[in-house]
Design a protein around this ligand. Structure first.
Ligand code: ADE
Length: 231
């Protein structure tokens, strides 16, 4: 998979790319390349943003700057580009990243991630250049970089060989094998600690009962996560 990240902070991704599980994905054939859109701005003084029409606080990333950066990278009109490549704008109001979307993105040969800053993107970027708008949660980060890393991390776990055990990914939280529920609880040695005993069924060696117990706990957790919160 080929991932291009458009950002004003490419150095953030050096740290990310140096982490072991990300390095493993890179060794296995995935690439992450950063494009600093400040380097491609047609405006003087490295300008990339501007004040919003209509007034208001903050600055907005300019559509002409994004177009110049996308053209520099792909030598194509960004309006055409999004027809053949997922171009994802990261923004708090976008489609929420969940396991289904991660699966979908993991099946793509290439992704382009656009990281906004300040108040976000000029809406024409979203309307005409992006194929998707993705959010990692209903809260506002200071930019799309961390969201892009979260997305990459989740996608890399889905790529063949990423986890060592193919089964680990198949049985992960929210997977089809767990009917979309969170994963069941795990325990390891010691079997008893400060009087807290590991559930007996897990020590029984009875695979059928263990499976049943796990699937029941996973369903319970799913219901608890969706249920009303205690005041
Ligand atoms: N940019 C700022 N906040 C974000 C969020 N919650 N998800 C994705 N991108 C963002």
């Amino acid at each position: 998979m080929e991932i291009d990240v458009f950002t004003l902070f490419p150095e953030w991704f050096q740290w990310f790319s140096a982490q072991r599980h990300v390095r493993n994905a890179l060794v296995a054939g995935t690439s992450i390349q950063c494009v600093n859109f400040r380097e491609h701005t047609p405006l003087s003084g490295g300008q990339v943003d501007d004040t919003p029409f209509g007034g208001g606080a903050g600055m907005v990333l300019r559509v002409d700057v994004l177009e110049a950066a996308l053209r520099a990278r792909y030598d194509a009109d960004p309006v055409e580009l999004r027809k053949r490549r997922r171009v994802i704008a990261l923004a708090p109001g976008g489609r929420l990243l969940d396991d289904r979307l991660v699966d979908e993105l993991a099946g793509e040969p290439a992704l382009t991630l656009l990281c906004g800053r300040y108040e976000g993107f000029d809406e024409r970027i979203v309307e005409h250049f992006a194929s998707d708008v993705v959010s990692i949660g209903r809260y506002v980060l200071s930019g799309g970089e961390l969201a892009a890393m979260v997305l990459c991390d989740a996608v890399f776990r889905k790529l063949p060989g990423a986890l060592g055990h193919e089964e680990s990914a198949a049985q992960e939280s929210f997977s089809a094998a767990l009917e979309g529920h969170p994963e069941y609880p795990h325990y390891t040695r010691p079997a008893e600690y400060r009087g807290w005993r590991v559930p007996e069924v897990l020590l029984s060696g009875h695979h059928g009962r263990i499976e049943e117990w796990r699937s029941a706990r996973s369903r319970e957790r799913g219901a608890a996560a969706e249920g009303p919160r205690e005041p």
